[in-house]
Design a binder for this molecule. Structure first.
Ligand code: SAH
Length: 358
């Protein structure tokens, strides 16, 4: 099979080009075709010269994940079920704000973390996604909105990336970093590090490295004010308990050359983690860190053992945090009608799942 150019970083592209006897200058040109213009046809790469175009077409392909279905929500959220070359599938979502928006990408097929409230945890972990498959999800979104060549920051519609889809990004670290570097390259897709958020269940070992390797925004799926509760709902907490996780967050902030908040995600589970006393415990827990909270109303799924907290309780919980001068917005659930909301990424098209699909 021909090698896919999408997902190769600049060094790898340079190696490929020098093996073909081409000058390093070609890498720059090719890079711009691939990631700035989004070109998929070698023949249209007019500044490359016909013999090179032919050689490229003989040896390489430029391919994206295949879009199996596209769904549009009444609230303008758009979701794609995409399929990779081995037939494995993930869903990606575009969540528009007023004049811009975020593409939510996945990093693994299934997930090994088994957080009790997350639907992905019921799906068997199959494999890591490659850098090309991660970047490819964003490129599919750009294809869908016709957002090529890369627009300037002011006018772009697909302005942000949130690594909050299926899988634990920090357990697919090398491919994640490679993908982030491709997304951030100024001559290509050109997303600034401030427009990318990596969300982790708490794989503490790789958190400080992320500061120096990518420097993106960081979100932590905190979800509990103490180890006792966190152990019950997030098995990863047994390996990386809160004190270790928060220390890694401190290191992350110390390593960044600029000030940046860490977002503490907190899924609101009725009677589990939503009391006002727990809100106060939470304030104590994050002391010394620059954080803001993001309260996520729990999205139930068939067979899950939790209920979402009442909205009144969520608001009171937010008020306690705000009383201590923390931002604590309540996340508005988007794309409910197309099952695009947090923790709902799943598809009746997929096979080999451990639970029946609703
Ligand atoms: N593994 C990463 C990223 C994927 S999950 C992480 O854990 O951060 C993205 C966010 O959705 C996480 O905060 C996760 O805890 C949350 N989430 C998962 N299932 C959910 C559900 N059913 N309702 C609301 N949020 C959920």
């Amino acid at each position: 099979m021909k090698k896919n150019l999408i997902g190769l970083d600049r060094d790898e592209l340079l190696t490929e080009m020098s093996e073909m006897g081409e000058s390093p200058f070609r890498v720059k040109q090719l890079w711009q075709w691939l990631y700035n213009k989004g070109e998929t046809d070698f023949d249209k790469m007019t500044n490359l010269g016909k013999p090179l175009r032919q050689k490229l077409a003989e040896n390489y392909m430029i391919s994206r994940p295949r879009v199996v279905v596209e769904k549009n929500s009444s609230d303008k959220t758009r979701k794609w079920l995409v399929s990779f070359s081995d037939g494995e599938q993930v869903e990606c979502v575009y969540i528009p704000e007023e004049d811009r928006g975020a593409v939510c990408v996945s990093t693994q097929i299934g997930c090994a973390q088994k957080c009790a409230f997350c639907h992905t945890g019921t799906q068997r972990f199959k494999r890591n996604l490659t850098a090309g498959e991660i970047v490819g999800q964003f490129m599919v979104a750009r294809d869908s909105y016709g957002e090529w060549p890369t627009p300037t920051d002011e006018v772009r519609y697909l302005s942000n990336v949130v690594v909050m889809g299926m899988g634990e990004p920090l357990y697919n670290y090398d491919n994640l970093i490679k993908a982030l570097k491709i997304l951030m390259d100024p001559e290509g897709i050109a997303l600034s590090r401030r427009k990318i958020t990596v969300s982790t269940a708490g794989m503490a070992d790789n958190i400080p490295r992320l500061a120096t390797d990518a420097g993106t925004k960081l979100a932590i799926s905190l979800h509990a004010p103490n180890n006792e509760i966190r152990n019950k709902i997030m098995p990863i907490n047994r390996k990386y308990p809160l004190e270790v996780l928060l220390e890694a967050c401190r290191e992350y902030q110390a390593l960044l050359p600029h000030r940046q908040y860490i977002t503490m995600e907190y899924v609101m589970l009725k009677g589990v983690n939503d009391s006002l006393e727990q809100a106060r415990e939470l304030i104590n827990l994050v002391k010394g860190l620059e954080v803001k909270f993001n309260l996520i109303p729990f999205n139930p799924w068939a067979g899950c053992p939790f209920e979402c907290s009442d909205m009144r309780q969520i608001k009171k919980f937010a008020e306690v945090l705000e009383g201590a001068y923390y931002a604590a917005p309540i996340r508005v659930s988007r794309g409910q009608d197309i099952m695009a909301a947090c923790g709902q990424l799943k598809s009746s098209f997929s096979e080999n799942r451990n639970v029946p699909q609703s």
